[in-house]
Structure formats: structure tokens, C-alpha cells
Design a binder for this molecule. Structure first.
Ligand code: FES
Length: 102
């Protein structure tokens, strides 16, 4: 069963940045991009590296460990060494807060 879970106030995520969000034993990355807010798995699909220290460029996240890139809006793996897509999660804004559907 899916549920909407509050992440934080929208203003807590800088533009072209992301935060780490842990919930229920899982970890997620929540982004503020030029196209709005998005959420993906928190860990890179290449190795167990969290994306929280990665670089957001437009709607692309670059992993801090080996610089693999993913499209944030779809989770698609864009460049080596990553080849497995990230799962994405619906986001909604309500009264200035960000919610993720898990
Ligand atoms: S751990 Fe992310 S590219 Fe290697």
C-alpha cells in the first residue's frame, strides 16, 4: 500500500540541489530542479554510494564517486559506469511542504 510521506519544507532544498531522505529503512534523494521537484532512489545503482553529495546539472544528477549520470525526471542511467536506472517516486507540494509517495 502506498502512502504520502512528508519530506521537508520546499524552501529547505536549494535550487539545483538535492537532499537525502531516509524512511522505513530506505533512502531517497529529493531534488529541486529547473523543472520542479523530483525523487529517486538515494543510492547509485553502480555501487553503494549515496547521491546526496552528487552534482545536479539541470535535470541530471552526477554521482560523486565515479561520475555516472542519471536523468532525474525518469531515473534513466545516462552514462558509464552506470547502466541500471534509478527508481523514481511521485512528489507533491502541499502548503509549501514536499511529500513523497512510497
Ligand atoms: S557509485 Fe555511482 S557511478 Fe559508481
Amino acid at each position: 500500500m502506498s502512502e504520502w510521506v512528508r519530506v521537508c519544507a520546499a524552501e529547505e532544498i536549494d535550487e539545483e540541489d538535492l537532499i537525502r531522505f531516509d524512511h522505513g529503512g530506505c533512502s531517497f534523494a529529493v531534488y529541486n530542479t529547473e523543472k520542479g521537484f523530483f525523487a529517486t532512489d538515494g543510492y547509485c545503482s553502480h555501487e553503494a554510494q549515496h547521491l546526496e553529495d552528487g552534482l545536479v546539472m539541470g535535470t541530471v544528477i552526477e554521482c560523486p564517486l565515479h561520475q555516472g549520470r542519471f536523468e532525474i525526471t525518469t531515473g534513466k542511467a545516462l552514462s558509464a559506469p552506470v547502466c541500471v536506472d534509478l527508481q523514481t517516486y511521485p512528489i507533491k507540494l502541499e502548503d509549501g511542504d514536499i511529500f513523497i509517495r512510497l
